[in-house]
Design a protein around this ligand. Sequence first.
Ligand SMILES: [Zn+2]
Length: 399
Amino acid sequence: MTPLSPSGDQGYLKHLNRAAILDALRREGGLSRAELAARTGRTKVTVGSVVQELLGTGWLHEGELQHGTVGRPGRQLYLDRRRHVLLGAEVGVLGVRAVACDLTGQVLAREALHHPTGSPESAARDLAALVQSVLAHPEVQGRTVLGLGVAVPGPVAQGGQTLLHAPNLGWTQLNFLEVLAPHVDGVGSLRVLENEANAAAFGEAYLPVQSPPDTGAGVLAYLSLGTGVGAGLVEGGRRVLRGAHGLAGELGHTVIQPGGLYCHCGNRGCVETLLGGWAIRASLGLNALEPLEAALLPRVREAAVQITLSRAGEALGLLLVNLHHTLNPSVVVIGGAVTRLGGPLMDTALDFFNAHLARRSGNAPPVRVDVRPDSLYLPARGAAAQVLERAINAPELSA
Ligand SMILES: [Zn+2]
């Protein structure tokens, strides 16, 4: 191995120190320099000099003087929400979404287009138009753009360039970032392509809006219940579990009914054949273009609808049980349009899951299940969070 030159060594150390400090403040805003030194294992001198640089480049800002129990009072430090912006977008089966977020993950602007997604080229044009629209928002204009993350409805190959297969779009082996490149301008140097459930899971673990980031060693699972069914799995607050070929979390195609209905993937009896939005539509003869919720709402008391939703709920309950016994996640977040359908679906699923847990192990800690009916922008926001993670850990920090 070639030894690093003294200047290379210095640069590398500086990069590690900077990343450690930014990461500590992402997890816990309001720390003083002394607390940062204790949290990151760096000396106060090192923390002082890195913080000074980060204040100058608009990554940090100082708050109130903090009077601790020991030593001199120090100023509280936070990620600065005013200078930078993270862009995230999602190509869904029935529309595209885009968001702009600050460094703490607060959404500054968001835009959506609701119509069935066509070819990669037309999706790229739609997405680029939405991104330009969020960039023009008064809260966003004038900020330094760190990059753009794009969430897609299928597994992405290791290395994050190629969407392997999106069965509900009919896209295979597609480098979507390459298709998108000629259409977008001024979106920063970082580009990320990620599976939509992975992106949402990452956002919930790395930059949650409502609670502090999950810093434990556990797994956060995000179940995406839309046209298709998928899951994103994030371990230790930031590591996406991908599996050998990027297929980890493709729970929609686990088989729960051998010899059951045919699935888009070519197999039979997959979870999606009972729980996927496309399967619910097919079962009830619903129009493929109308939003599922609007199409079902007037009919939710019909016997056929109740039976279809109960079956979907049972499938989701089974999925939760199997997920629990496979990975024992500490938190399960459930999002996607199917969570908003009402009727017996969610109740059946959660009753099934909780009854199973109660029977199996009376003294096991409960599993937190968060249902998010307002999840439309979670994958786009999660893709933006991935841009932040890349930016913090990049050898050179954007000013
Ligand atoms: Zn399948």
